[in-house]
Design a protein around this ligand. Structure first.
Ligand code: FAD
Length: 437
């Protein structure tokens, strides 16, 4: 079928940010604070992506033990929702409702124009230049024209629609299994943490409580209000880019929580009265497209604690590739890699080059967050929310500078970018700071 339609250009803007997760919000706010006209579009009804709509229960580390790496917009957001939790703490429980309101605040105060329940459905690109994004919402299809576009869709959807290059998963295209996150009531945190949950999980597996022998249980993150966020269970065999597969994953995710409710009630201390309160309306996808960018941040960079001249910040989270199947060997692989081999000591981090935010295929597109330019192992480090805040703020700042250069993202001077980032409170390694003065 060939479908042709003339579309109204409903918005023209300096910067269009596609996707309002952690990366998208940071990008939009950074560009708007630099005086640019910014529109952000989000398919769901709130900002935050998997951190709110997907009910991911905690922030990973903002701090490497010596330096506040996710300084700037990330630290501002976290500071406003978790005032009582020191920023030096490795994991911080998320109260999704507070986080949604904080995202609303920061976006509106920055003067960003925003549209919820709005999806980029197509992209018109020619000769390596994106001309228009085609949006769909309740009023049908229309176009947006921007000078710079930022792909913060998590799945690299915008770049893929524009015909850009990407890779996905391992050599065979297999990706980490997603999780449908959840919210629980009635658990006593103290007793819960006194339980040897791994041993009890093995018993429950032997007793046939579960359909799948999933030994990788991240578990519950307890909030001060007695609720606990659940990062529980893996939905093996899901293809995150296939709508049929994702739909089936939602159904299984909801059903499988009853198996975990039984497990917690009957095997885990402090959980006799535990009850599933809710599951998320959005699947927790850990891995999908990685956009091919001018530089691919690699696991060798992690090992080398790499420095880059065009560094936009640094990050430190371990390489966290969850189990790909239910075998004991795969669990042992995860343990070895995540807990021992690919984890940093205090004060260690890797640099993130600006080039890893520039998709190879275009002159006016940037990316940030989970889908930025990495290899598979590095995606499993930078994908956590503090990493997305760092790269989002950098992409938004670079976009604002590019607007003054006819939208050409490769004409942004790394030094000017670093200067703007540091001026906005972002972290920059000490050796780069004197050069900025
Ligand atoms: C189960 C699970 C547990 C995790 N645990 C933690 C944790 O404990 N701590 C931590 O820090 N991180 C954790 N992470 C990782 C982290 O939450 C995510 O990787 C990160 O939030 C991704 O942010 P993002 O902005 O790149 O993308 P997302 O949060 O995925 O946001 C992308 C947004 O784009 C929107 N979108 C997509 N396509 C379009 C389109 N075409 N048009 C308009 N909008 C679109 C989506 O609706 C979404 O809101 C976890 C992830 C998962 C899945």
């Amino acid at each position: 079928m060939i479908y042709r339609k003339e579309l109204e250009i409903r918005y023209t803007t300096d910067v269009l940010v596609v996707g309002g997760g952690a990366a998208g919000v940071a990008a939009a706010v950074a560009a708007a604070r630099m005086g640019k006209k910014v529109l952000i579009v989000e398919a769901q009804g709130c900002f935050g992506g998997v951190g709110t709509s997907g009910m991911v229960p905690s922030f990973a580390a903002f701090y490497d033990g010596a330096n506040l790496l996710a300084a700037g917009i990330g630290a501002e957001i976290r500071g406003n929702v978790s005032r009582d939790v020191p920023i030096t703490q490795s994991w911080t429980p998320i109260h999704a409702e507070e986080l949604k309101r904080e995202y609303d605040r920061i976006i509106t105060e920055a003067g960003v124009e925003f549209l919820f329940f709005t999806t980029v459905a197509d992209v018109a690109a020619e000769n390596g230049h994106v001309e228009y994004a085609v949006l769909t919402s309740r009023t049908g299809l229309y176009a947006v024209k921007a000078k710079v576009y930022i792909d913060c869709t998590g799945d690299g959807e915008f770049t893929a629609m524009a015909g850009g290059k990407f890779s996905c998963g391992d050599e065979d295209g297999n990706t980490m299994p997603p999780t449908l996150c959840s919210l629980w009531t009635g658990a006593d945190a103290e007793e819960y943490f006194r339980t040897d949950i791994r041993a009890r999980l093995e018993e429950a597996i032997d007793d046939g409580v579960f359909t799948y022998e999933d030994r990788h249980l991240t578990g519950m993150s307890f909030r001060e209000d007695g609720l606990a966020g659940g990062n529980i269970g893996h939905i093996f065999g899901t293809d995150p880019l296939d709508q049929r597969s994702v739909s089936d994953a939602m159904v299984w995710g909801r059903r499988s929580m009853l198996e975990y409710q039984k497990f917690y009630r009957e095997y885990v201390g402090g959980c006799r009265d535990v009850r599933l309160a809710a599951t998320a309306g959005m699947l927790g996808v850990r891995e999908s497209r990685r956009i091919t960018c001018d530089y691919t941040l690699s696991v060798q960079d992690f090992i080398d604690r790499a420095d880059f001249d065009d560094e936009i910040g640094r990050y430190c989270y371990a390489v966290d590739i969850h189990v790909m199947n239910t075998s004991r060997e795969e669990m042992a692989r995860f343990e070895q890699e995540y807990r021992k081999n690919l984890r940093y000591n205090k004060g260690e981090s890797y640099g993130i080059p600006y080039r890893s935010l520039i998709p190879v295929s275009f002159d006016n597109v940037l990316t940030a967050g989970r889908c930025m330019g990495t290899d598979r192992q590095m995606e499993a480090s930078i994908r956590v929310m503090p990493g997305c805040f760092i790269t989002g703020q950098a992409a938004g700042t670079a976009a604002a500078l590019a607007v003054d250069n006819h939208g050409e993202v490769r004409r942004v001077s790394p030094l000017a970018l670093q200067y703007a980032l540091v001026s906005a409170g972002a972290y920059m390694r000490r050796e780069l700071r004197p050069a900025l003065r």
